[in-house]
Write a protein that binds this ligand. Structure first.
Ligand SMILES: [Zn+2]
Length: 811
């Protein structure tokens, strides 16, 4: 179907609508208060220094008002998504190293408790490793048990559940096979056709491997059956046999959108980007009719760095050395030695033997070393320039005399196992739907713009699994896949993601270093590089003068050198350009927020990007209540109203974020999840968050389906009440569903160019118009799917608009 043209028209009003004027008025009082922290100037750029060997903690910072919050955001400090007004001020969470904490304190910020530290991240990794090891040990023990007992089958049926779904009958089977880790074979289940019948008389079904984080867990699968089987039998590829009785699955209340027997709970541990991509490839292989993996057009820079070292202690004596080759392509084999010759009047010289570079330092008549850092750097670049480039520390003159240094290896300092590619990395999406030809309403879900957010990718995997595994047996799911063209990208930023898992748990950005020579390009700055992928987009960006992104190459909200400079961002732009794309979810953590545009304002004055129209806002809210109800269904966790709404209302400005690009540039209904309570919660909590936010993501798909199926025209009524103004009355329009109302007060035909009925102010609902008594009012309404009331055709010579008078009802 074609993209409904109308919702774009909803957005035709510029920033100066009644609503955005109201925003400015409302925001006014909030910006009073302390203009900046005590000992720094409001616009002075402040660089927070981060040392390479520190991990970051999540700490509380208390600011005294929104102005100080804006000043804090302007430092480029890495804030997570908690913003809590308290008696003492606004409490936010910053992700900072001890050196950065010291910097914040120096600037006068009030820094409080540590909420999450590096040990917590390390703990998550070791939990994950232990889980994987336990699964592997289980597999080995299982195989060993079978080998000891020739009488035991190498296949074991774990569960066989029969249930009905609508008019369908379904059999779901799980079984464990001793060779499941190494062999990719499916297993065939033979069914009987009821008590006392032959195995096989009820037909067969295949079940396939469930592999998580590289570990085989079991085989599973569900299929429609025509009669309830009493027993099933599995014959493994080795000829071994297992038999089990079929049990009836507990019925689930029929009003659940998931229906009885709906399968869920498909992730068992955190997954690295490599594992996430493997997982969607396996899923697409298992369901070739319903899904395919799409390699997005732009490859990342890669999980790779040049091999580097900084020799020397104090700034003036430091020599920074970088390999020309990437670390894994030979840079890591290079060593550098600064040797004192132990003789008088020696010249500075450099010898290169293979990958070993030896600098013989100059001496004076007394035999003391005289070479400065600048001289050594110049000599290295001149004489060993085929291997390395060398420079003084961060633009220093390098006038200090260097000290001898024993042979020291250069290193890219990357700790991921060799299985993690060091090459420029493709970014993969799984595209799900029965008709993947652009003819269906498009929905995009994407996660891990921010590397350290480990739960959101799991929500996307869980959702993809639910859609494909339930398709054969759940009518509701089948309908989603018939109606929609679903694109799921579990990790937008795989380089940063790998870095977060293996090197620096608090990594937020990608790994690309845009710092200029003379800046923070050396080994000691290696945890400070990267572009914030959620600040590099094209609308209301830093480059447009909006707030909440950093121009510093080491700022944690660094916007990059220009809009869409990063391949990660160009991939999202490419996806959003698809003409059928209509809905999106950008998955982040944490804070249990649910947000939409506008996501940025300009300071001072908090001048917002244009606000959605009343109709758009009511559509956002209406869909949001469905999505949040689905989330709550899991364990009664309610995303609060205070954390629901436009990003810049409920959080802070985030110039150049992706949701704003999708909404303002492409007219996509774009939401943002902030999943859960922290970046890397305990597995138990991460698992719960995955389940609940997958509920929400599936509900977004239902919202998209209903939008697609919406052929119902809205209706509207005029209500007229007394006004305090002499000779006037108060007028409101009431609509039957989220819908835009266009009206005229001069007796003319209403069109899309007529005045759009607006909201009274931020989060306030519809405005009340004050008009002279007796005014003739003409209007029509149009819903989010483009259905127009009473089949009125505003652009043609149609007469079926609504007519009314601004007069008080009599009697
Ligand atoms: Zn994030």
């Amino acid at each position: 179907m074609s993209r409904p043209a109308f919702p774009r028209r909803w957005r035709r009003l510029p920033a100066a609508t009644a609503a955005s004027v109201a925003l400015l008025l409302l925001a006014g009082p909030a910006t009073t208060g302390t203009a900046a922290p005590p000992d720094r100037e409001a616009d002075a750029p402040v660089a927070l220094e981060r040392s390479a060997d520190e991990q970051a903690d999540v700490v509380e910072v208390t600011v005294d008002g929104t102005a100080q919050l804006d000043a804090l955001v302007a430092t480029g400090v890495d804030l997570d998504h908690h913003v809590t007004p308290t008696e003492a001020g606004i409490v936010v969470h910053a992700v900072v190293t001890p050196t950065e904490v010291a910097g914040l304190k120096r600037m006068g910020y009030q820094v409080g408790a540590v909420l999450h530290d590096a040990d917590d991240s390390a703990q998550r990794i070791s939990e994950r490793d232990a889980t994987i090891a336990a699964h592997q040990a289980e597999n080995r023990a299982y195989t060993a048990t079978l080998e000891r007992s020739a009488a035991t089958s190498d296949v074991k049926i774990i569960r066989a559940d029969y249930y009905t779904s609508g008019t369908n009958q379904v059999l779901s089977v799980e079984a464990k096979w001793a060779q499941g880790q190494t062999s990719t074979s499916t297993l065939t289940v033979a069914r009987d056709s009821g008590p006392g019948t032959e195995i096989g008389s009820g037909g067969t079904q295949n079940i396939s491997r469930f592999v998580d984080a590289g570990v085989y867990l079991y085989h599973r699968g569900a299929a429609a059956v025509t009669t309830r089987p009493e027993r099933i039998q599995i014959t493994s590829p080795t000829g071994d046999v297992a038999v089990a009785e079929v049990k009836e699955w507990l019925p689930i209340p029929a009003d659940s959108p998931e229906g009885p027997g709906y399968q869920k709970d498909f992730v068992t541990s955190y997954l690295t980007p490599t594992e996430l991509y493997d997982r969607i490839k396996r899923l697409a292989d298992a369901y070739p009719q319903l899904a395919e993996v799409v390699k997005l057009p732009y490859q990342t820079n890669g999980y790779r760095r040049k091999a580097q070292v900084v020799l020397g202690g104090t700034t003036a004596t430091r020599v920074a050395v970088d390999s020309l080759a990437w670390g894994h392509e030979g840079g890591n084999d290079i060593t550098v030695e600064l040797a004192a010759p132990g003789a008088a009047d020696q010249p500075l010289s450099v010898t290169v033997t293979g990958k070993a570079i030896r600098v013989s330092l100059a001496t004076d008549a007394a035999g003391a070393v005289t070479s400065t850092a600048a001289q050594v750097a110049a000599a290295l670049t001149a004489e060993a320039g085929a291997l390395v480039t060398a420079y003084t520390y961060r633009g220093d003159a390098g006038a200090g005399v260097v000290a001898p240094v024993a042979p020291t290896p250069l290193s890219d300092n990357l700790k991921a196992p060799a299985g993690v590619s060091r090459d420029p990395h493709p970014v993969y999406a799984i595209r799900i739907g029965k008709y993947r030809d652009g003819s269906r309403t498009g929905v995009l879900a994407y996660a891990q713009e921010h590397a350290r957010e480990w739960v959101p990718p799991l929500v996307t995997i869980e959702t993809a699994e639910r859609l494909l595994r339930n398709h054969a047996t759940d009518e509701n799911t089948k309908q989603l896949l018939r109606t929609l063209d679903i694109w799921i990208v579990p990790s937008i930023n795989p380089d940063g993601g790998h870095y977060s898992f293996y090197d620096y748990a608090s990594q937020r950005r990608n790994m690309t270093n845009h710092c200029a020579p003379g800046g923070a390009t050396d080994a000691l700055a290696r945890n400070s590089w990267g572009v914030d992928n959620n600040r590099n987009y094209t609308e209301y960006s830093l480059f447009d003068g909006y707030s909440g992104a950093s121009a510093s190459c080491t700022g944690d909200t660094y916007a990059g050198p220009s809009e869409l400079s990063e391949p990660e961002n160009r991939n999202v732009d490419w996806l959003a350009q698809r003409p059928n794309m209509k809905f999106s979810m950008n998955l982040h953590s944490s804070g249990n927020y649910f947000m939409w545009s506008p996501g940025a304002y300009a300071t001072p004055g908090r001048i917002s990007a244009p606000r959605p129209t009343l109709a758009e806002e009511s559509f956002f809210w209406g869909a949001s209540s469905r999505i949040l109800t689905a989330i709550k269904r899991h364990r009664n966790m309610a995303v609060t109203p205070a954390r629901t709404g436009p990003i810049s209302d409920v959080l802070y400005s985030a110039a150049g974020n992706s949701g704003d690009m999708l909404w303002y540039k492409y007219g996509i209904y774009a939401w943002n999840f902030e999943v859960g309570t922290s970046f890397q919660p305990t597995w138990e909590e991460a698992h719960q968050e995955t389940m609940e936010f997958s509920n929400g993501l599936v509900e977004l798909l239902r919202v998209a389906r209903d939008y697609d199926k919406d052929k119902k025209r809205p209706t509207s009524t005029l209500s007229v009440t007394p006004s305090a103004t002499e000779g006037a009355v108060s007028v409101r329009f009431d609509v039957s569903e989220p819908a835009a109302v266009f009206y005229t007060l001069d007796g003319s035909r209403p069109t899309f160019e007529s005045t759009l009925y607006a909201s009274a102010g931020i989060r306030e609902g519809a405005e009340t118009l004050t008009v002279p008594t007796g005014t003739k009012i003409h209007w029509f309404s149009v819903d989010a799917a483009g259905n127009i009331e009473r089949n009125y055709r505003p652009d043609e010579d149609s007469k079926t608009f609504n007519r009314g008078w601004a007069t008080l009802p009599t009697g």
